[in-house]
Design a protein around this ligand. Sequence first.
Ligand SMILES: [Zn+2]
Length: 366
Amino acid sequence: MTTAFFTDERCFWHGGGNYAFTLPTGGLVQPGGGLPESPETKRRLRNLLEVTGLLRDLDVRSAPEASWEEMSRVHPESYLRAFKAASDAGGGELGLRTPFGRGGFEIAALSAGLATAALRAVLAGEAANAYALSRPPGHHCLPDFPNGFCLLNNIGIAIRAARAEGRIGPVAVVDWDVHHGNGTEAVFWDDPEVLTISLHQDRNYPLDTGAVEARGGGLGEGYNLNLPLPPGCGHVAYLHAFDRVVLPALYRFRPETIVVACGYDASALDPLGRMLCTAETFRAMTQAVKQAAADLCGGRLVLVHEGGYSEVHVPFCGHAAIEELAGSAIRAPDPLATTLEKRQPAASFDRFAQAWIDEAAVALGL
Ligand SMILES: [Zn+2]
């Protein structure tokens, strides 16, 4: 069995809004530039996979749009109707930094559909594991409030669909996007069958969520783990976070499937993060979840693309993750590797970050 790779050019056609970076234009903010969530990071990843030849070793597929019924298992009908109506009327914006154009509803449904099909393919045993190049991303989207470039909660829709089909038992979502996975946390807040783990930069977006103390509620209490990390963490600190928090939590919970909210904005070059990860960090994190999936889940592992805003660096980080996922020997050496190696934090910072992580692990009961 091979690695399935779900992608669709239509996802790259999503757009809308008048922004200069994250600021609405007007007043003193000169028009132009656009949101950092541009199609190029994702399209260039797909292109790099084609140029190196790795794409030919993957089972490349598209998928149908997520159905209204599938979306409504996560999002209230009132939100879906408002989104569809605005999309049909030429586009608009219903939340915070989530503009869309005409047809944006269908593109967001397609993005969720790619994630849903990726999970379905792995659960059906059609693929060893899978990657969904979803766009727009999903992990910030609350059931009734789109935010942070996310219009539908792709992973939430995928897991709920699999559950409705009776295909999935306990599942863990590991979110290594540099921002807190507030949407995924909200969707599964009171659900003890879904362990949500988010590693994120402390006091980045959203500013008011992502604390260690937010552990889930009701029956789901204890099944939401947040690990905020100090700005400046690099390869060593991220691997320590895996050894001390992510992996112990996975082995304690023993999921039957692992889904990764796979953002690349902890890259050292990302304009929306202040971390120092390299392509090798994303390779190592993929190796770690792949090993956990082999030990716990019969290998069932799905990576769903989230953020990552360096058009130059995301393709190399993503290629490294997909090399590991597919067990391929094809390499796309990161031209920035030497520079980023030299920019890793000093040993004294790594010790500080490790102590910070150790303290959080204790607070999380790990
Ligand atoms: Zn992000």
